[in-house]
Ligand binder design. Structure first.
Ligand SMILES: C[S@@+](CC[C@H](N)C(=O)[O-])C[C@H]1O[C@@H](n2cnc3c(N)ncnc32)[C@H](O)[C@@H]1O
Length: 225
């Protein structure tokens, strides 16, 4: 059994949950309609406040809408995407080909908590709806925060009773379907203390439906830039 304080925990069934059918549906939706409002809001602060081409690390990148959109709009010059579902990586690669920007993204398949040591730091680290899919907040967010040169942009479930109810019902559905995957509404206090311990301060916060959107910035990085 792995030591939970320092070894990456066993990964849930991300391949089974985010399979080819799921990934194609999300990729099609992005190609047809662009980013969902939540993801659009998540990158808005970066688009408004950064002028240079950023190197982006997209953790739990899904079908790749966020990094592809940052590349397409010229804010990112390059990206690394780390994703636990191979179907999602295949879908994101397809979108990259379609947009002619596949050479700007390096994909890593696996659990970021295990892969982090081999991944370089980035100007902006993004986790859009990712910490709610992973049980060990400290390990995932701690490893992600450690890679931040300047910004950490997160979306995660709000601490509201109706959000908890929706996530609880979804977990019940997963249990009935005998799926090995669960979602988590992690305490926001913990999110903030992990960010603070990594030397990050909040520079932006807003909500969008079920989601809390928070952007942190590395203390002192503004004067260094
Ligand atoms: C709900 S999906 C969100 C995907 C995408 N960010 C979006 O918002 O469309 C959560 C994703 O996070 C990935 N994920 C969760 N924990 C991860 C980890 N520790 N390492 C890599 N990927 C992870 C899952 O495989 C899944 O693709």
């Amino acid at each position: 059994m792995p030591c939970t304080c320092c070894e990456p925990p066993e990964l849930g069934d991300y391949e089974g949950m985010f399979d080819t059918e799921w990934a194609s549906r999300e990729a099609d939706a992005y190609v047809r309609n662009g980013l969902e409002t939540r993801a659009e809001r998540l990158i808005a602060y970066l688009l408004e406040n950064c002028s240079r081409p950023l190197h982006v690390l997209d953790v739990g990148s899904g079908a790749g809408g966020v990094h592809h959109e940052l590349l397409r709009r010229g804010l990112a010059g390059s990206a690394v995407a780390v994703e636990a579902s191979s179907a999602y990586i295949a879908a994101a690669r397809q979108i990259g080909k379609r947009l002619g920007q596949e050479s700007k993204v390096h994909y890593v398949h696996g659990d970021f908590t295990a892969a982090a040591a081999a991944v370089s730091s980035a100007d902006a680290v993004i986790l859009d709806r990712v910490i709610c899919c992973y049980p060990h907040l400290g390990q995932l967010l701690g490893a992600s925060a450690g890679k931040v040169e300047r910004y950490l942009a997160l979306s995660y479930p709000r601490e509201r009773w109706w959000v908890r109810l929706a996530f609880g019902l979804f977990n019940l559905y997963l249990k009935v379907k005998r799926k090995d995957f669960r979602t988590f509404v992690h305490p926001h206090k913990e999110v903030h203390s992990i960010a603070a311990r990594a030397g990050l301060e909040q520079v932006h916060a807003e909500t969008e439906g079920f989601w809390q959107i928070t952007v942190f910035e590395r203390v002192g990085s503004r004067s260094a830039a």
